[in-house]
Design a protein around this ligand. Structure first.
Ligand SMILES: C[S@@+](CC[C@H](N)C(=O)[O-])C[C@H]1O[C@@H](n2cnc3c(N)ncnc32)[C@H](O)[C@@H]1O
Length: 192
């Protein structure tokens, strides 16, 4: 992704805008797929305004929320200051392999979440491999994403293609998925 696109996220959040809200059904299904575990460690990549990270903290996860947008990090810190230290927020570009390796602990998380983020990452295979390195044995990668094929032509870039799905789901021991909003948005639960 280019610097201009990164500035675009900053501008979006600086204007106080969010994205598709986290609704009750999504939270209920998340809680069923990954039962609450006090003390387990979660990483939310591309946290935006932090709503999903806050939900993970609410499930009992010791949660680190990261985003490469300064405005997103500031907004999440501000909105969820009361959840510290269970929810911590940090600036991080997940596509920068060296930064990820230097800043995040290998096998340091029981759950890694990416909600409405994967489509914007250029090298999805590399992202999947990076996530795998961060997960502890038995860890789970929860990817929530629009499906490109269900989107109008001009909006397909916000979704993942069938090819992307094949790339990122390959090699995971077990996995399941469920649909939100009539199939337009799919949640993949990949178990290492
Ligand atoms: C559509 S928003 C989703 C935000 C949030 N996860 C949600 O569900 O509301 C995509 C987010 O991914 C972040 N993002 C995109 N590329 C990123 C990268 N390489 N590293 C970290 N965050 C990134 C953007 O800054 C933005 O906050």
């Amino acid at each position: 992704m280019t610097a201009v696109e990164r500035a675009g996220w900053d501008d979006h959040f600086a204007r106080g805008r969010g994205f598709r809200g986290v609704r009750e059904r999504e939270l209920r299904l998340l809680g069923e797929a990954v039962p609450p575990r006090a003390g387990a460690r979660a990483l939310d990549i591309g946290c935006g305004l932090g709503t999903y990270a806050a939900a993970l903290a609410g499930l009992g996860y010791d949660t680190l929320a990261v985003d490469w947008s300064d405005a997103a990090v500031a907004a999440t810190r501000d909105r969820y200051a009361d959840l510290e230290p269970r929810l911590r927020v940090s600036h991080l570009d997940f596509e920068d392999a060296a930064e990820v390796r230097a800043r995040l602990p290998r096998a340091g998380f029981d759950l890694v979440a990416m909600r409405l983020v994967l489509a914007f990452m250029a090298d999805k295979r590399a992202v999947g491999e990076r996530v795998r390195e961060l997960l502890a044995p038995g860890g789970v990668w929860v990817v929530t994403t629009p499906l490109a094929e269900r989107l109008p032509q001009g909006r397909r870039y916000i979704g993942v293609t069938a090819e992307d799905v094949a790339v990122v789901t390959q090699g995971w021991g077990r996995g399941e998925w469920y649909d939100l909003e009539g199939g337009g948005v799919r949640c993949f639960v990949l178990r290492a």
